[in-house]
Design a protein around this ligand. Structure first.
Ligand SMILES: C[S@@+](CC[C@H](N)C(=O)[O-])C[C@H]1O[C@@H](n2cnc3c(N)ncnc32)[C@H](O)[C@@H]1O
Length: 446
C-alpha cells in the first residue's frame, strides 16, 4: 500500500480503515419505493443512496419484498459504466454472482429487454443467490451452479460478462477484521493464479463487440493491473475509458500494454465512502474471432418440459399476464420467461446446472392451482387475486411464517402486501388461515 500510495497518503489510508463505512442501499427501480426518506444519492449510481445510520433491515418488510438491496457504494459504479457506455441490452453473464449484489444491479439495467445468467460455483451460495434473485422479482435471471470451466461450449455467447472475482479482500480490511488476519503474500499469489484460471475461460465467453468487466475488492496490482495484462495477452480486447467526475475521487490507473493503454479504476477508503474496490472494462473487437465450441459434459435438464405456444398463451390469459410468455414445467411447477429468451434458455439448459430461471408461477396439485411465492414477489401482475395490506407487526408475523389473525378475510387465496409491496400468499380455509411463506426464508431472530 505504501508503494501504491506513498508514505504520506498511506497514513490517511491507515486512519480511514479504522472508521465505519457508510451503509448504502440500491433501490429496485421496477418496484414501489420503500417508505423511508432517502436524502443522499450516490453520485455514480442511478438508484443508490447512503443512509444516515444502519437500520435493522431484518425488521423492514419492504427489504424482504425486494424493494431495495443493501450494497456498498463502490460496487454500484457498474451502473455508471453501463450507462456511460450505453451497453446494449442482450444476454449478460455474472460468472461469480453470489450473494447477488451485482446480479440484481445488472437485472435492473436489463429490465424486459435483456436476460442475465447469474452463476455461482458454490452450491450453498447459489441457493442464497437464487433467493435474492427471486425477491428482486424481474424474472429476467437464470441462476446456475457451475464451475467456470463448464461454460466452455458457450464461447462467444454473451453480450457482457462480469467477473467479480474471489480475491484477497484488502478492500474489506475496514469491514471485516478477519480479512486482515487471513491476508498473506502467499494468499495474494494464490488468488492471482485462480483469477487467471477464471479469466482464461471468461475472456472467451464474450461475443464480438461485447464487453468484459472484471472487478475485485482488493488493491494490489497482481490481482488487478496484472489481470488486464493477462487478458490482453490471451485475447484480443480493446480498451474502454470511463468518464469520471473529479469530485468522486475515484483513481484511474493506466496500464500500458503492447496492445495499447488500458484503464482500471480504484476506490480507496480514504477518498470514497465505500469499500476498497477495483474495476476495469474491456471491449471485444467487432471482428473478434470466436472459437468453435467443443463437445463437453451434457447438463441437459432431463425433467424440464416445454409447454407449447398455444398452451402458453392460454396460461398467460388465465393468469392475467401479457401474452409474451414461454413456459416450462418442472415436476408440478410452471416457470415463465419472456418468450424472447426461449432459445437462449434452451441452449443454456443443455450445458448448465440450472437452479432457477424466470418466474416460478405456481404448481398444479390435482385440480388446484397453488400460486408460487416467487410470483407474488415478481413484478408480473396478479390482478385477479384479493390483496390485503398488513401493518409492520402483521407483516413480520407473516415473514416469520406465523399465524395471522385477520377478520373479514375472503375465502381462498389472498396476496399479502406491506406498503403496497407484495410479500407472499395466504389462504383462508374458513377455520384457519394458511401461511404460504417459504419455510427456508422465514425470519427467525426476533
Ligand atoms: C466477490 S464474490 C462475488 C460477490 C457478488 N458478485 C456480489 O456482488 O454479490 C466472489 C464469488 O466467487 C466465488 N468463487 C470462489 N471460487 C471460485 C472459482 N474458482 N470460480 C468461480 N467463482 C468462484 C465465491 O463463491 C464468491 O461467491
Amino acid at each position: 500500500m505504501k508503494s501504491l500510495l506513498g508514505e504520506v497518503v498511506y497514513e490517511e489510508f491507515e486512519k480511514a480503515i479504522e472508521n465505519e463505512v457508510k451503509t448504502s442501499i440500491r433501490l429496485n427501480p421496477w418496484k414501489k419505493k420503500p417508505n423511508f426518506e432517502l436524502k443522499e444519492r450516490i453520485l455514480w449510481s442511478k438508484n443508490g443512496y447512503f443512509l444516515e445510520n444502519r437500520p435493522s433491515f431484518t425488521l423492514d418488510p419492504s427489504f424482504h419484498a425486494g424493494a431495495y438491496y443493501v450494497q456498498e457504494a463502490s460496487s454500484m459504479f457498474i451502473d455508471h459504466i453501463l450507462q456511460s457506455q450505453k451497453v446494449e441490452k442482450g444476454i449478460f453473464l455474472d460468472l461469480a454472482a453470489a450473494p447477488g449484489g451485482k446480479s440484481t444491479l445488472l437485472s435492473s439495467y436489463l429490465g424486459e429487454e435483456g436476460f442475465l445468467v447469474a452463476n455461482e460455483v458454490i452450491q450453498a451460495r447459489a441457493q442464497i443467490l437464487k433467493e435474492n434473485c427471486i425477491k428482486w422479482g424481474l424474472g429476467n435471471i437464470l441462476v446456475s451452479n457451475n464451475d467456470p470451466e463448464h461454460f466452455e461450449p458457450l464461447e462467444g455467447f454473451f453480450d457482457l460478462v462480469l467477473v467479480d472475482a474471489p480475491c484477497s479482500g484488502e478492500g474489506m480490511f475496514r469491514k471485516d477484521p478477519q480479512a486482515r488476519e487471513e491476508w498473506s503474500t502467499d494468499h495474494v499469489m494464490l488468488c492471482s493464479a485462480r483469477q487467471k484460471r477464471i479469466m482464461d475461460r471468461a475472456g472467451a465467453l464474450v461475443k464480438a463487440g461485447g464487453y468484459l468487466i472484471y472487478s475485485t475488492c482488493t488493491f494490489n496490482e497482481l490481482e488487478n493491473e496484472e489481470m488486464i495484462r493477462f487478458l490482453t495477452d490471451e485475447f484480443s480486447y480493446e480498451p474502454v475509458r470511463i468518464p469520471l467526475d473529479p469530485t468522486w475521487q475515484i483513481i484511474e490507473s493506466k496500464v500500458e500494454t503492447e496492445y495499447g493503454d488500458f484503464f482500471g479504476y480504484r476506490f480507496f477508503p480514504h477518498l470514497v465512502e465505500g469499500e476498497g474496490f477495483f474495476i476495469t472494462i474491456l471491449k471485444r473487437p467487432e471482428n473478434a474471432y470466436s472459437l468453435v465450441p467443443k463437445k463437453m459434459k451434457d447438463f441437459k435438464h432431463r425433467f424440464l418440459k416445454e409447454i407449447g405456444a398455444k398452451e402458453a398463451e392460454q396460461l398467460d390469459s388465465e393468469l392475467g399476464i401479457a401474452p409474451n410468455g414461454a413456459y416450462y414445467q418442472l415436476n408440478e411447477s410452471y416457470f415463465r420467461i419472456h418468450h424472447n429468451w426461449k432459445n437462449h434458455v434452451d441452449k443454456l439448459s443443455q450445458h448448465l446446472s440450472i437452479k432457477y430461471f424466470g418466474v416460478e408461477i405456481g404448481k398444479k396439485q390435482g385440480k388446484e392451482w397453488i400460486p408460487s411465492p416467487a410470483w407474488a414477489l415478481s413484478t408480473l401482475p396478479k390482478n385477479q387475486y384479493n390483496t390485503i395490506e398488513l401493518d409492520q407487526e402483521q407483516a413480520l408475523t407473516f415473514l416469520r411464517k406465523g399465524e395471522l389473525k385477520l377478520l373479514d378475510l375472503e375465502k381462498g387465496w389472498t396476496l399479502v402486501c406491506y406498503q403496497s409491496l407484495p410479500l407472499g400468499w395466504i389462504k383462508n380455509l374458513g377455520n384457519r388461515i394458511n401461511n404460504y411463506y417459504p419455510k427456508e426464508w422465514r425470519i427467525r431472530h426476533l
